[in-house]
Design a protein around this ligand. Structure first.
Ligand code: NAD
Length: 397
């Protein structure tokens, strides 16, 4: 099949198997170009392992530390007639590359919020990974969650927790700057967003792993958050998603208490704003990212998911000093939040319009990276050639 991008709003409904493989290989090559991790993890579970920050969090321990990895995700396999999702092809490519280097790599495709997935992960750790894991990365971004006990379905919303909020946004389809008004969430919507994107499921995972006795002494666990500048606070940090991230921090404190008997550590890492499938759905943020990219590229500070996560592991999680902020969080968004970067972005934000957008923002960079998420625009890939959409993840029958 010849596969080309089909973009609908902020998603692309096709993905290119060879392009996704090339994207994964680029990330592996980057990790291999960096020093090996001293005292890095050896047996890793990544929840949300197929795209964005979670995929990078699987690639770094595997290729910098020789770790065995179990990756869990919710992706669509391809068939002879239809392409699968990008995360499916990414995981296929990751497993092939890891096993070619003699590393154990197994994947589970299913709902991370369910009891079944937790039980299956425990079985694999017990029977195929030597019985213990020393790192758990929690990197889910999901629009909904089914409560595993009650069957109730919760949906997350991207709304403010105050009144209506109007600001500039980017219509990524048309490449135009527009105004958007985001409405306020009801108390129920706030509660539901916390249920989906807060820390409850992270705690359920760690409890299930602890009860099964599969956490190694000195185990670490990390979940990801975002803060960003004031101009995005009404929709992010002070919005519904921000309430869920505050809940994640509460869970982190509880997990630190729980893991102390194993000399274990739980962290929330605040990461940089980046183009991923999850972030492209948030109003205002893609315009901010386009301006941010331009500024950070000009100053030689730009990073993608793999650069962020390599730095997180090498400089924070496995450096002996995680350099926590006053609230106990890892700040790998430190370069994004530098005063010189933020004041320049804030100045540009005031004046950005359709007329000057292409000069003061890096929309090309945004679009290129968006397409890359789905395996398009990678060097060395022949997009005119037939590719096999039924490419499978080796460990999933
Ligand atoms: P993403 O959309 O690229 O990845 C989400 C992952 O979750 C995928 O592997 C997907 O398969 C998996 N997933 C979703 N629902 C699932 C389910 N029910 N069961 C199993 N797997 C499921 O997202 P991302 O941007 O990498 O986000 C990951 C985390 O990083 C989120 O907590 C997000 O808030 C945080 N974060 C993102 C940014 C950013 O700018 N993208 C910045 C800071 C923090």
């Amino acid at each position: 099949m010849i596969v080309s991008p089909k973009i609908r709003g902020f998603i692309c409904t096709t993905a290119h198997p060879d392009g996704c493989a090339a994207h994964v290989q680029e990330q592996i090559d980057y990790v291999k170009s960096k020093p090996k991790l001293e005292n890095g993890p050896k047996n890793v579970l990544v929840i949300g392992a197929s795209t964005g920050y979670g995929l990078a969090s699987r690639i770094v321990p595997a290729f910098a530390s020789g770790a065995n990895t179990l990756g869990l995700f919710f992706e669509k396999p391809g068939s002879e007639k239809r392409t699968g999702s990008a995360g499916w092809y990414n995981s296929a490519a990751f497993e092939k590359a890891a096993t070619a280097e003699g590393l154990f790599a197994k994947s589970l495709n299913g709902d991370a919020f369910s009891h079944e997935m937790k039980a299956q992960a425990v079985d694999i750790i017990k029977n195929e990974m030597g019985g213990k894991i020393d790192l758990v990365v929690y990197s889910l971004a999901s629009p909904r969650r089914t409560d595993p006990d009650t069957g109730e379905v919760y949906k997350s919303v991207l709304k403010t927790t105050g009144g209506d909020y109007t600001n500039k946004t980017l219509n990524t389809d048309k490449g135009e700057v527009e105004e958007v008004t985001i409405g306020a969430a009801t108390p129920e919507e706030i509660e539901h967003t916390i249920k989906v994107m807060g820390g409850e499921d992270w705690e359920l995972w760690m409890n299930a792993l602890s009860d099964a006795g599969v956490l190694a002494d000195g185990v670490k666990t990390v979940a990801y958050s975002y803060i960003g500048p004031e101009l995005t606070w009404p929709i992010y940090t002070d919005g519904t998603i921000g309430q869920a991230k505050k809940d994640l921090e509460k869970s982190c404190a509880k997990l630190n208490e729980k893991l102390s008997s194993l000399s274990g550590e739980a962290y929330v890492s605040v990461n940089k704003a980046l183009v991923t499938q999850a972030s492209s759905a948030i109003p205002v943020v893609p315009l901010y990212i386009s301006i941010l990219y331009k500024e950070m590229k000009e100053k030689g500070l730009h990073e993608g998911c793999i650069e962020q996560i390599e730095r997180l592991f090498a400089d924070r999680l496995y450096s002996g000093d995680a350099k926590l902020d006053e609230a106990g969080r890892i700040r790998i968004d430190d370069w994004e939040m530098r005063d010189d970067i933020q004041s320049a972005v804030a100045e540009k934000w005031k004046t950005v319009s359709n007329e000057n957008f292409s000069e003061i923002a890096d929309f090309q960079g945004y679009q290129d990276e968006f397409l890359k998420l789905f395996g398009f625009g990678l060097e060395g890939v022949n997009y005119e050639a037939d590719t096999d959409p039924a490419t499978g993840v080796p460990s999933i029958a």
